[in-house]
Ligand binder design. Structure first.
Ligand SMILES: CC(C)(COP(=O)(O)OP(=O)(O)OC[C@H]1O[C@@H](n2cnc3c(N)ncnc32)[C@H](O)[C@@H]1OP(=O)(O)O)[C@@H](O)C(=O)NCCC(=O)NCCS
Length: 252
């Protein structure tokens, strides 16, 4: 069996994690099939994703992009995408799913495979930050559409912090619009999302820290999605952060 390509060592019985960017073509194919199955609403991303997985993890010097394909006992179990934004020193998620029968997972203090993957993602983030000469990052940020999922994460006791930003997810990564038909792109909408961070090492973060919120928001909307700073969605998110900054301390 080919060795997993993750940079951090994963010695967990029954679990294998393979890096797909620049990785094994068979893993890349399975990953894209799983993505299409879990996220049919984002199927228009597939041509871009096929291209991206053909390139190595660090082909864009601004980022380290890790698209993990996960196997349980040799069977496809899920995936987790993360992208380390060097200038912002945070990582952002671009998709994760786990096959239902593998979601429960007992290992050390972990009871869910999803929680274990969040911790491994943060371990990887710290390794990538160190390799980039950056200090310990704040954590891994994900956009979540469903409040039910946010509540599920809280109920399971994952260490998460919701970020009070009026955030809308852009429909595409604008520097890669060559991978999407213009008429398809024209019909897509910006969608409201909850922003949630998984702090590195469970470290305390203040949800009213406007510098933190601004760094995360600009990291996603400008660095990752490629919007300009004067775009309405950026301005709208920043305006909501300014509101947070003027909140009385008692409302924290
Ligand atoms: C995201 C995921 C890996 C989390 O796994 P987990 O931490 O083990 O959590 P669970 O699967 O138990 O989900 C927690 C709760 O969120 C709900 N949920 C999960 N994904 C959801 C979605 N896309 N929309 C609505 N609710 C969702 C679950 O039904 C569960 O609700 P319940 O406790 O009321 O039954 C897994 O739910 C999954 O693969 N979901 C499908 C893909 C997905 O939605 N990915 C996230 C995109 S941000």
């Amino acid at each position: 069996m080919q060795q997993p390509l993750t940079a951090i060592p994963i010695n967990i019985p029954g679990l294998a994690i393979y890096e797909c960017n620049g990785g094994d073509p068979a893993h890349r194919k399975t990953l894209l099939e799983m993505y299409a199955q879990w996220f049919p609403q984002y199927a228009y991303y597939l041509p871009y994703m096929e291209y991206r997985t053909s390139q190595p993890v660090g082909y864009d010097p601004r980022f380290i992009e890790r698209w993990w394909y996960v196997e349980r006992d040799g069977n496809p179990a899920g995936f987790r995408f993360s992208k380390y934004l060097k200038a912002r020193n945070i990582s952002v998620g671009m998709g994760s799913a786990i096959v239902k029968e593998y979601r429960e997972f007992e290992f050390g203090p972990y009871h869910r495979l999803s929680d274990l993957l969040f911790h491994l993602t943060n371990d990887q983030l710290c390794a990538d930050a160190t390799a980039s000469g950056r200090p310990t990052p704040d954590g891994f940020v994900v956009e979540i559409e469903s409040p039910q999922l946010v509540n599920g994460y809280k109920r399971y006791g994952y260490t998460i912090l919701e970020l009070p930003v009026d955030y809308l997810e852009p429909p595409f990564i604008y520097e890669f619009t060559r991978f999407i038909e213009p008429d398809v792109l024209a019909k897509l909408q910006f969608e409201p999302m909850h922003l949630v961070i998984f702090p590195v090492g469970g470290k305390h973060l203040d949800p009213n820290d406007t510098a933190l919120l601004t760094n995360i928001t600009l990291g996603l909307l400008i660095d990752h999605y490629g919007l300009s700073e004067d775009h309405w969605a950026v301005q709208r998110a920043l305006a909501s952060i300014n509101q947070v900054g003027t909140r009385p301390k008692s409302l924290k």
